[in-house]
Design a protein around this ligand. Structure first.
Ligand code: 13P
Ligand code: SF4
Length: 334
């Protein structure tokens, strides 16, 4: 049984997931009231829906959220993101209650890699160290030497000795991109983000023809052909900064669509065009895991303080080491 399955198993079977919201209540007022009463902090990723982003105490990308989770003195961390992010907050805060509005908010990248699988790969490369993208579960973190996010991966890999053999898990696209910009030849785990792999080069090329002044900006989780034609490649925080500070007025944005909510605020008046994906019939550039969290579930989660992230202490301690290493090694990154 995976930790996630165990956590679901521990939910009170009184149908927590079917609890109803009392009629006529104002969710925003109730969430604000409970936040004060319970000394809770709401952390949200930029891929959350706009209403959740707006009500959060702290909005950030993976690195910023890990740092905020490390610093907080709240009694309860309400994590509006996906499971591996809430788990990271719990690893950093074992005595605090960490809750996630929807426990099923997973991640295709995290699901692609298990601690056991990584252990097997390590056996084949006994001299390699393991650098894992934060988008992985605690069993994978526990098998890793250093954790990275998309904001600090290049910096951290560059600070390792050139001759050091490295296994990079679990994102093959970010790993390939980091290999390219750092001149390394890291051994890559074969995982991917379903959202960032859905972008269509052909359709984006057409968008670029239709908007000749627009710059294409992309997250490094996207595939090589898209990255090759991008004017700028960056993590969520870097894409936001780029759009706000660059002189261009038009951007085609190849990353999860939730980012547009904050981008519009930081770059008012600029034209932001979501990059097209391979399939017209789905909202493929929205992460359906992230969007499992809703205001109603946030309300219920704060009221019942469930579902809670629970962790095996041995795994937590092993997973803490590479996260602390990342926080230490990326102090220079804003
Ligand atoms: P960052 O927040 O590090 O840019 O990662 C993007 C992502 O896919 C989060 O799940
Ligand atoms: Fe995982 Fe991709 Fe969703 Fe991020 S956007 S949580 S990497 S599936």
């Amino acid at each position: 049984m995976t930790l996630l399955e165990k956590a679901i198993d521990r939910l009170p079977d009184k149908g927590y997931l079917n609890l109803e919201i009392p009629k006529g209540i104002n969710l925003v007022e109730e969430i604000n009231r409970m936040r004060k009463e319970k000394n809770a902090i709401i952390l949200a990723h930029y891929y959350q829906t706009g209403d959740i982003q707006d009500i959060s105490d702290f909005l950030g990308d993976s690195l910023q959220l890990a740092r905020a989770a490390e610093k907080t003195d709240a009694d309860m961390i309400v994590f509006c993101g996906v499971h591996f992010m809430a788990e990271t907050a719990k690893i950093l805060n074992p005595t605090k209650k960490v809750v996630l509005p929807d426990l099923l908010a997973g991640c295709s990248l995290a699901d692609s890699c298990s601690g056991e699988g990584l252990r097997e790969l390590k056996k084949k490369h006994p001299n390699a160290i393991v650098v894992s993208y934060i988008n992985c579960d605690s069993s994978v973190k526990a098998e890793s030497d250093i954790i990275v996010t998309s904001s600090n991966a290049e910096h951290i890999i560059n600070s390792l000795p050139k001759e050091q053999e490295i296994i990079f898990a679990p994102d093959r696209n970010l790993g390939r991109y980091i290999n390219q910009v750092t001149g390394r030849n890291m051994i890559l785990w074969d995982g991917a983000c379903i959202v960032h792999e859905a972008f269509s080069l052909e359709r984006i090329a057409q968008q670029m023809l239709d908007h000749p002044k627009a710059k294409l900006i992309a997250h490094p989780e996207a595939q090589k052909p898209v990255l090759q034609v991008a004017h700028y490649i960056g993590s969520t925080a870097n894409l936001l900064n780029y759009v706000a500070n660059d002189d261009s007025q038009e951007f085609i944005v190849a990353t999860e669509e939730g980012i547009l909510h904050e981008m519009r605020k930081r770059a008012p008046g600029k034209i932001l065009i979501p990059a097209l994906t391979i399939d017209d019939t789905c909202n493929c550039s929205e992460c359906h895991f992230m969007k499992l969290n809703t205001m109603a579930k946030l309300y219920l989660c704060m009221k019942y303080e469930l579902p809670e992230i629970l962790m095996d202490e041995e795994i937590r301690l092993k997973a803490l080491r590479p996260i602390n290493k990342m926080l230490e090694m990326s102090k220079a990154i804003k």
